[in-house]
Design a protein around this ligand. Sequence first.
Ligand SMILES: C[S@@+](CC[C@H](N)C(=O)[O-])C[C@H]1O[C@@H](n2cnc3c(N)ncnc32)[C@H](O)[C@@H]1O
Length: 298
Amino acid sequence: MTYLYNEISQTYLTDGYVIVDSHQVALDQLNQHAVRDKSELSVIDFGVGHGTFLKDLHSTGRFGKMTGVDISARMLETAVNTVPMDGIVSEIDKIDQHIPTQSVDIAVAHFVLAYVPLETVLEQANQVLVKDGYLSLVTTTNEEGLTTGWVYPLLDHCKASFNPLLRLVPFLAYRAIPKVKAPENFASIEQSLIEGEFEIIDRQQQRFTRRLETPAEGYSVLIEQGWCVKVIDLPGVPFSLLKMVARYIINRLPFPILGTQVVETILLRRIRPDCNLTLAEQGWKANDASQPQANYNV
Ligand SMILES: C[S@@+](CC[C@H](N)C(=O)[O-])C[C@H]1O[C@@H](n2cnc3c(N)ncnc32)[C@H](O)[C@@H]1O
């Protein structure tokens, strides 16, 4: 995975309309509920990419400390040149090894749930966020993409082909699909949020219909910009060879290809009881049988 994003770090698209529009919704949500008249806030971006969202936050003038975490050193390099921030090369599930417990006001996790389970993001956010801290979540879901959308009809087309390389597409795709951990829909996200001890402050769903006209556009969007690069995640095989095969296959797909991306933008507030509070402050009754034996985060 690291190598994939290192390879596409120069062509990864951060100013495409899906990302720009959903980042704008996330920014509005934060401005309305979390930032308001505050200043000197701290923020950490899980999977910061090119740092475009931190740049948006920086422009509000409300942030004193910005930290970006990414598994790809090359993505991080671009981010550090985009916005004043501390960069940490790390996997999201190890962020708590780098950041002090309960030290950050706002955490951001945008377009990373295809790589990291939501539960991991929530647990790491719970570790680093202050009490009542906010988490801004943006994710595509599988609500349309893999079922009623273009992927399965396209795989059927490839399966029926006489071209052995085209028949390779379903093989690669069915290997990749289980690895794409994007949530099924909003209902499945909501359940995890309750279990992860976050409450929803604001939520907006957007649907983006995309029409890829030509193989060149298809290759650029699906591979170079990163939307489907995971399909060619074959560690050990040179990336240049994988790109050649991908280009060959995409050139033979039936264009135009039409698909709809469903994007959820959700602002959450951490509601996990603080370990520094007494049990009475946490709302437990003195004779409550369900009273916990140990506190969180100790
Ligand atoms: C689709 S990009 C999103 C970038 C950015 N959040 C945005 O909204 O533009 C996903 C980013 O997550 C990073 N990433 C993927 N898996 C990761 C992991 N396990 N730990 C940390 N970063 C990861 C990738 O290197 C990439 O920069």
